[in-house]
Design a binder for this molecule. Structure first.
Ligand SMILES: *Cc1c(COP(=O)(O)O)cnc(C)c1O
Length: 463
């Protein structure tokens, strides 16, 4: 079980009381396949490799810190998701987890669709060659310019998030002489975090239109009247890093209930429902995510069952995994700079990056694993906290993990499962230069997002 699991969410508490830590793994040299991307191994010399390339070589060629993205693993996960959901469903990769032109090309080739939620993400999607009809545009406050661009290029759907937006999108589309396919995002009263979910009538959050008090039904009523938009379905997204399918079950039931009400009131059966993303991955060996096949079976079964009960034809289903596709496919490689042992407490291990390349630990109290990867060590396990080089004591990359006690400056350590929400949330705090993303495949490494330079920083600073 994840150490950050808590009914009120990962931000609120550690469930382990102070001073209680999980035991170290029996052998710290083992790279658990659950948390490392699929082509990661440790070779006979004790050096970790990815796609057959030694991390020591990668560090020499690309420097540290750097993200290494396992292309074969990424593509395999795309295929696993689309195979699992089959021909009657659509998989949309949530671009906010990590987006670059190379990733857009892989998605396009693997037959996935793409969620974007800003003009910048849309521009990247188009520049990477994603056909516009396979793009969904999200966001709770899309600008008029963003809407206009999305409609003009012909995105497959815009997900409407508010009453204002229903009118705004309809108006813009009409002015452009288009009829824009849209979904309405509803909040179903399910708050899902990791191993728990809470079902309520109301949702206290900025996204979507509440099912409660007939709000969503009223939104549908208004959308159906407008010429500029074509309402194709209902959208619901219940949370992130979820392991328990029960929240999706409640959500699917409530969305199907709305479809039945729409049929009864308007005589139309909306053809699509989108159940969002949020499926969890293993950040540590204690996490046990479900396989895409099991997730698909469970979601498809729930929707089919609920539709049969409501005497509705089963709509086309879409899902929007971000983290579950890209998260496990990358690791961050750091060099150890300083080591500060605190007797009887823990050892602080400072690396050459930090909260600027991984904000999730500080932001969500997220758990990560870490391993010494430039060599093997049979030294005793040492309770460690991996920290960055920023001027902030909350600058923590891995809160509690074991590293070998002979760890020394110059060693390379790596944090697995950093493919999602790390580079995409990276910042220039302390004028850090954001690390590169290097794609690795079949013995070859290629920079897909280059390291920032001081010139990049100074180019924005016009003096
Ligand atoms: C963030 C988000 C996702 C993806 O979430 P993951 O946890 O990365 O799977 C999908 N859909 C919507 C609407 C989102 O906001």
């Amino acid at each position: 079980m994840s150490r950050s699991a808590h009914p009120a969410g990962p931000r609120h508490a550690d469930v382990f009381p102070d001073g209680h830590y999980s035991a170290p793994a029996a052998d710290l040299n083992v790279l658990d396949e659950k948390v490392w991307s699929r082509t990661v191994r440790r070779n006979d010399d004790g050096v970790a490799t990815v796609a057959g390339i030694e991390v020591t070589r990668l560090a020499e060629e690309f420097g540290t810190p750097a993200y290494f993205l396992d292309e074969a693993d990424f593509r395999a996960r795309c295929r696993a998701w689309s195979d699992a959901f089959g021909p009657n469903a659509d998989v949309f990769y949530a671009g906010k987890a990590f987006l670059s032109r190379a990733v857009v090309r892989w998605l396009t080739e693997e037959g996935l669709n793409l969620d974007v939620c800003s003009g910048g993400e849309l521009a990247t999607a188009l520049a990477g060659g994603m056909p516009p009809e396979r793009i969904a545009f999200h966001g709770n406050n899309k600008s008029a310019e963003e809407i206009e661009r999305a409609v003009s290029v012909g995105v497959g759907r815009i997900v409407l998030d508010s009453f204002q937006e229903i009118v705004r999108v309809a108006h813009i589309a009409q002015r452009l002489g288009r009829r824009q396919p849209v979904q309405i995002r509803v909040t179903v009263g399910v708050e899902a975090h990791t191993h728990e979910f809470i079902a309520t009538a109301h949702e206290d959050q900025k996204f979507g239109i509440a099912l409660a008090d007939g709000q969503a039904a009223e939104a549908v009523r208004r959308a159906l009247k407008l010429d500029g938009i074509e309402l194709i379905g209902i959208h619901s997204h219940i949370g992130s890093q979820i392991f328990d399918m029960a929240g999706f079950e409640v959500s699917a039931r409530r969305v199907v209930q709305l479809l039945a009400e729409i049929r009864d009131e308007h005589g139309v059966e909306l053809p699509e429902i989108d159940l969002g993303g949020g499926l969890g991955i293993a950040y540590t060996s204690e996490d046990d995510p479900k396989e895409p096949y099991d997730i698909a079976k469970s979601l498809l079964d729930i929707v089919t069952r609920e539709c049969e009960a409501a005497r509705l034809a089963t709509p086309r289903i879409s899902v929007e995994p971000g983290r579950a596709i890209v998260g496990p496919t990358a690791f961050t490689l750091y060099e150890v700079g300083t080591i500060k042992p605190l007797e009887g407490l823990r050892t602080y291990v400072s690396v050459d990056g930090g909260m600027s390349d991984n904000i999730r630990t500080a932001l969500y109290n997220a758990d990560y694993s870490v391993a010494l990867v430039s060599r093997r060590s049979d030294a005793e396990p040492m309770l460690s906290r991996v920290v960055g080089k920023h001027c902030e004591s909350g600058d923590i990359v891995v809160r509690d993990a074991y590293l070998p006690a002979d760890l020394a400056p110059g060693d390379l350590i790596a944090v697995p499962a950093t493919g999602a929400y790390c580079r995409s949330m990276a910042s220039n705090y302390n004028h850090a230069l954001r690390p590169p993303v290097v794609a690795v495949k079949d013995g070859e490494a290629r920079v897909v997002v280059r390291r920032e330079t001081e010139e990049d920083l100074l180019r924005l600073d016009i003096g």
